[in-house]
Design a binder for this molecule. Structure first.
Ligand SMILES: [Zn+2]
Ligand SMILES: [Zn+2]
Length: 204
């Protein structure tokens, strides 16, 4: 849970779709089940050093079932997150398909023997479930440690700052492109390093 505590997020709820969920009375009978869904617009989402943007509201869906002792919440949240690529600073886009999971003990439910009260959420007296923390946890789990526009992103040239995904910049010539003059001067046979003397290879 340490990763989560370092996350700061500001969630803005689309009107008519609250991110808190008031549990309807019928769900308090054992084995009852209900489905909920909504959308939530997120202004900004900070995860470690990265700040994510969402151009469209996130969609969420939750199944809530009464297990007798608790309300079990399972569901998902989907959307598209954008941030700056850690190598080239262009847009890095991620499909979010996070799993929502929550467990809220009902009034009077006993905590399992040997377990700690802190390990369990209890349904608040006002019967409103905090969906925001569940959605935030689901999103955080989906975000990469190092956001990249592409696994093979070539990044920026450290000399001129050009985006190397758009093609080589002039600087590369001055560095190395296989055995260059400098290498040849040091070792006249360097040019032969990739040459195969083994003629048996082509014969079968
Ligand atoms: Zn990149
Ligand atoms: Zn360059």
């Amino acid at each position: 849970m340490d990763e989560l505590s370092s996350v700061r997020s500001s969630l803005r709820v689309v009107s008519g779709d609250p991110l808190s969920l008031e549990v309807p009375a019928e769900l308090f009978s054992p084995a009852e089940f209900a489905q909920f869904e909504g959308t939530v617009a997120v202004d900004e989402f900070e995860c470690g050093p990265d700040s994510y943007r969402f151009s469209e509201p996130l969609s969420w869906h939750a199944d809530v079932s009464n297990t007798g002792d608790a309300l079990l919440v399972t569901g998902n949240v989907t959307g598209e997150a954008r941030t700056d690529c850690a190598r080239c600073l262009e847009d890095a886009v991620f499909d979010i398909e996070g799993e929502i999971e929550g467990y809220f003990l009902l009034d009077g439910a006993e905590i399992p023997e040997g377990a700690d009260e802190d390990e369990f959420d209890r349904l608040p007296a006002n019967h409103v479930l905090d969906m925001e923390s569940l959605v935030v946890a689901a999103i955080v789990f989906e975000l990469p440690l190092v956001p990249l526009c592409d696994e093979d992103c070539k990044g920026l040239c450290p000399t001129c700052g050009a985006n190397l995904n758009e093609g080589p910049c002039g600087c590369e010539k001055e560095q190395s492109d296989g055995p260059d003059e400098f290498e040849l001067a040091k070792n006249p046979f360097a040019a032969l390093a990739n040459f195969s003397f083994d003629s048996d290879e082509s014969a079968d």
